[in-house]
Design a protein around this ligand. Structure first.
Ligand SMILES: Nc1ncnc2c1ncn2[C@@H]1O[C@H](COP(=O)(O)OP(=O)(O)OP(=O)(O)O)[C@@H](O)[C@H]1O
Length: 260
């Protein structure tokens, strides 16, 4: 277990995101400590994936600031960035012909030498990631032989092997059944708390996030409230998320109720 140190791992200030001149969301402000599990939630098309990709430097911001451990994102060179942020996106992977262990080993690329040979430290990180994601028995399987849930765990293992301060995941529980959704979120929580990594992910599982996350960012196209789930519930942040004649939020149980 990595000793807990609290410092600001990621700070987002007055961020505006979008595509070319098309602004999708603005006034995004939040700050994440090391060892924190945080979900970005909000309705379809509000900009959750766009925000995650912007923080991961996959696409440019429109304006505002993104600071990683006090350094502006744009001041970091790609190699330094790859040792600070790992990103798991929803796009299908091009390398399904690889074995599980080969794909996880790709996470070590920022650290390997010019011929890409793995040091004992690289091998230890790969083994640790496979163990933590319960993938040892699958390590020699081809990725195309895996179920969606198993592949999701492999992609998280690759990001974990990258050993970055911050892990970004776009909808890590899509396609999974209820049990495996909970399993993945609990796993992410244990990784964040036990290894002091900051994990930020997008999700539609708002009720699950309320129960399992340390903090949540609710993209709502207006104020984008951020805080601990209980604070967001207390401030009524979830109440207007969906049209109340269809779905309403019950603050006592922290769950949504379908209006019949
Ligand atoms: N490559 C792109 N070019 C232009 N606009 C885009 C692009 N990708 C997404 N958008 C638009 O940006 C907006 C936000 O999309 P985004 O995928 O970030 O939302 P989201 O909250 O993640 O949605 P969902 O919950 O449906 O996954 C949408 O209106 C979408 O049409």
């Amino acid at each position: 277990m990595v000793p807990k140190t609290t410092y600001t791992a990621l700070e987002v200030t007055d961020l505006s995101i979008g595509y070319a001149s098309n602004e999708i969301a603005n006034a995004i402000n939040f700050s994440l400590s090391a060892g924190e599990l945080t979900a970005i939630v909000g309705v379809n098309g509000i900009g959750k994936s766009t925000l995650l990709r912007t923080i991961g430097n996959v696409q440019p911001k429109l304006s505002g600031n993104i600071d990683l451990e006090g350094t502006p994102l744009e001041a970091l060179h790609s190699k330094a960035l790859a040792s600070k942020i790992s990103v798991v996106l929803t796009e299908p992977i091009a390398s399904k012909n690889m074995t599980v262990v080969e794909l996880v080993a790709l996470g070590r690329q920022p650290y390997t030498n010019w011929i890409g040979s793995l040091s004992p430290k690289d091998k230890a990180k790969i083994t640790d990631s496979l163990n933590r994601l319960e993938l040892r028995h699958l390590k020699n399987k081809k990725c195309y032989e895996l179920s969606d849930g198993q592949l999701q765990r492999v992609l998280i293992a690759r990001a974990l092997a990258q050993d970055t301060t911050i892990m970004l995941l776009d909808e890590p529980t899509t396609h999974l059944d209820l049990y495996h959704k909970v399993q993945i979120l609990k796993l992410l929580k244990s990784i964040a708390h036990e290894t002091n990594k900051t994990i930020l992910f997008t999700s539609h599982e708002i009720e699950m996030c309320i129960q399992l996350c340390d903090t949540m960012l609710l993209l709502d196209g207006a104020n984008n409230p951020f805080g601990q789930p209980c604070e967001l519930i207390g401030s009524g942040a979830f109440d207007k998320l969906f049209p109340s004649d269809t779905v309403s939020f019950d603050a006592t149980s922290g769950s949504f109720r379908i209006e019949k």
